[in-house]
Design a binder for this molecule. Structure first.
Ligand code: DGL
Length: 258
């Protein structure tokens, strides 16, 4: 098969990266995709960085073995732990990562208060601190580690009283602070966007990096002459380390119902 016609490999620690996949499909519907979720090992964000680096490299290998033409690391945690390593291993191969969408959030006003929800690892790693240093004079940025939230999405619990109570407890320390913007710095969180919106208030804008990552992927494919010339709608194949029917059903629900 010609290289341009090969699928794009997209992966995450679990099902969260489907929030990036849906942006990719919306932007480049004629491409073919293989989405791999490592739900067996999720969550990554509370593990140590060496373990996540190893798991991320295995995820990438799983897709590369299938002949993908590019890799999208649809996971903030895996990007912060291992995207540099992947780029060293696979030189001259397009590897696109994701980072918390701080840029548009900081632009909501004059020195806004911005909460960045993400996994403990993303917020701890150097990549986030470098990103923060670009914006800390323009905004008051509050990192909010959210251990436990990924698990709600992994079991398909994307709404309801229990989830809202959990989110309220995460945001308890901001009850007296006027928050101007919230960054969803983990690809699982867009699936609980409505519940987050309810807890932080309807007027607070929420930002995620899915659409930006999709645009960056398109730019990279164009730059390398790798866009699929076929004009027809492409395919999406889901694969998951859990190999259960339930997880594949959840993947397809998340892609189509949100
Ligand atoms: N979806 C991943 C992210 O964007 C993290 C989930 C996890 O902790 O496994 O950070």
């Amino acid at each position: 098969m010609e290289r341009e016609q090969r699928p794009i490999g997209v992966f995450d620690s679990g099902v969260g990266g489907i929030s990036v996949l849906r942006e990719l499909v919306a932007l480049m519907p004629n491409e073919n995709y293989i989405f791999y979720g490592d739900s067996r090992n999720a969550p990554y964000g509370i593990k140590d960085v060496e373990t996540v680096r190893k798991l991320t490299c295995l995820d990438a290998e799983h897709l590369l073995k299938q002949g993908v033409k590019a890799l999208v690391v649809a996971c903030n945690t895996a990007t912060s732990a291992a995207v540099d390593e992947l780029r060293i291993r696979y030189k001259n191969f397009p590897v696109i990562g994701i980072e918390p969408a701080l840029k548009p959030a900081v632009a909501v006003g004059q020195h806004p208060r911005v909460v960045v929800m993400a996994t403990p690892m993303t917020l701890r790693e150097e990549k986030f601190h470098l990103l923060l240093s670009q914006y800390e004079e323009q905004a008051a940025v509050y990192p909010l580690p959210c251990p436990g939230l990924v698990e709600y999405v992994e079991r398909g619990e994307t709404q309801g009283a229990r989830l809202e109570a959990f989110l309220k407890s995460l945001f308890a320390s901001f009850s007296k602070v006027k928050v101007d913007a919230v960054v969803l710095g983990c690809t699982h969180y867009p699936f609980v966007r409505a519940a987050i919106q309810k807890v932080v208030g309807e007027q607070t804008p929420l930002f995620d990096g899915g659409a930006g990552t999709a645009r960056e992927t398109k730019r990279r494919l164009q730059a390398e002459g790798l866009c699929n010339p076929c004009g027809q709608k492409g395919t999406v194949i889901f694969q998951n380390s859990l190999e259960s029917k339930e997880i594949l059903q959840l993947c397809s629900r998340l892609l189509h119902n949100h």
